[in-house]
Design a binder for this molecule. Structure first.
Ligand code: GDP
Ligand code: MN
Length: 376
């Protein structure tokens, strides 16, 4: 689960990381009231879950009530990388002498968290990482030991951080690591981490991705999911216990088992098609779940064809066929449909489909080829 910046900053505050104080507004008037209470200048920031808000014009400073209202009105309703802005964070503008980058993520290859730091933080960090990789510093953290003081000192030394600032940085590294573990994150990021002219470190931005599987252990955090930032399909899938990920293409994909669905996406893409989604109905799905899955995929207006790829093991082909036939009738679907069905109760399943004029294929590649041609 990705958190909005204002939510991430709330967690930062709980572990003692300084942030620039702010509150959420949903209208220009509210933004103005918050700004007046905080004092000027303020920064007005689109609360969306995509990066690059600054470059898209979704982060603006305002020095007066009038400017706050005008900027808030402009940013509310903007669409940034497909996400409509419905909330703003109005925060006291930090004075920035230098922008740093500090993040922690999981290095899956090493099976350890990795701490990443750069004295060249800010909006160009991706470019810095490409053009000047030597300006990015990192060390791995042993998950049972946490970051050792010598690792932090060594990194700060290599990064050329002033002696006078090192203990402040070290304390911040430790607090961020605490946030990372306490809230079971896959990623935490402060970019920019601002050094003020007065020599204080302030988290001006917050990015937080929490491991979904940890949410049941995290109490109230589970309810922080931002309803507005989830597509109707994603929401319905989550509520039905289905694994669904929206993609950009036009071929709906449903299969049983994450590996099979991923292989299906790859195959369809390799044959020139564009998958519209990932949807894994899991093992042993019953007819009702198949119906739900179809409903979700077909409610995406971008979908122009559907490929259902079932390898029956625990999942029974006749159950899948029954669910498919029911849903197809109920939804009055008229799109091209390709079904690949093999495995447990295959013959029963095929008979059900053939009675409805649907003839399933046996091989995955044949099915992928067919749906790509039908949608083209
Ligand atoms: P992002 O572009 O989505 O990562 O949004 P950020 O919160 O990182 O803001 C983008 C840029 O706006 C930052 O890199 C800063 O340069 C600038 N900015 C954001 N907040 C402040 C602030 O409080 N004071 C000042 N002076 N600049 C800010
Ligand atoms: Mn940022």
């Amino acid at each position: 689960m990705k958190l909005q910046e204002y939510q991430g900053k709330e967690l930062f505050k709980r572990v003692g990381i300084a942030v620039n104080e702010g509150r959420v507004a949903t209208s220009p008037e509210e933004a103005e009231a918050i700004a007046r209470a905080l004092g000027f200048p303020v920064v007005i920031k689109a609360q969306v879950l995509v990066g690059g808000r600054g470059k898209a014009g979704g982060v603006k400073l305002a020095a007066s009530p009038e400017e706050t209202r005008a900027q808030a009105a402009r940013i509310l309703g903007m669409v940034i990388k497909g996400e409509r802005v419905e909330k703003l964070l109005v925060a006291r503008a930090a004075e920035i002498a230098q922008e740093f980058y500090l993040g922690i993520t999981l290095d899956r290859a090493k099976r350890m968290p990795v701490m990443i730091f750069s004295p060249a933080g800010g909006m160009e960090i991706e470019e810095v990482a490409k053009a000047r990789p030597e300006a990015i510093f990192r060390f791995h953290v042993h998950p049972l030991e946490g970051p050792h003081p010598y690792q932090i000192r060594n990194l700060l030394l290599r990064a050329g951080i002033d002696k006078g600032l090192q203990s402040q940085f070290a304390s911040l590294f430790n607090k961020l690591y605490q946030a990372f573990t306490q809230y079971q994150a896959n990623l935490v990021e402060i970019n920019p981490l601002a050094l003020t002219p007065a020599g204080e470190l302030v988290a001006v931005d917050a990015k937080f991705i929490i491991d979904d599987d940890a949410l049941p252990r995290l109490g109230e955090l589970a309810s922080w999911r931002d309803a507005g930032s989830e597509s109707p399909q994603e929401r319905a899938a989550r509520e039905a216990g289905l694994n669904y990920v929206k993609l950009d293409g036009n071929i709906g994909i449903i299969g049983n088992g994450a590996g099979l669905v991923m292989a299906t996406l790859d195959l369809v893409a390799a044959l020139g098609g564009k998958p519209a989604n990932f949807l894994d109905i899991g093992g042993g799905a019953r007819a009702a779940q198949i119906e739900k899955a179809l409903e979700i995929v077909l409610s995406d207006p971008q979908v122009e064809g559907l490929f259902l790829n079932i390898f029956g093991g625990i999942t029974r082909c006749d159950e899948v066929a029954r669910g498919l036939v029911e849903a197809w009738k109920k939804l009055q679907a008229k799109l091209p449909l390709v079904v690949r069905l093999t495995g447990t109760n295959e013959e029963e399943g095929r008979a059900i489909l053939e009675a409805q004029g649907i003839s399933p294929v046996r091989e995955m590649e044949e099915g992928a080829r067919r749906i790509v041609e039908l949608v083209r």
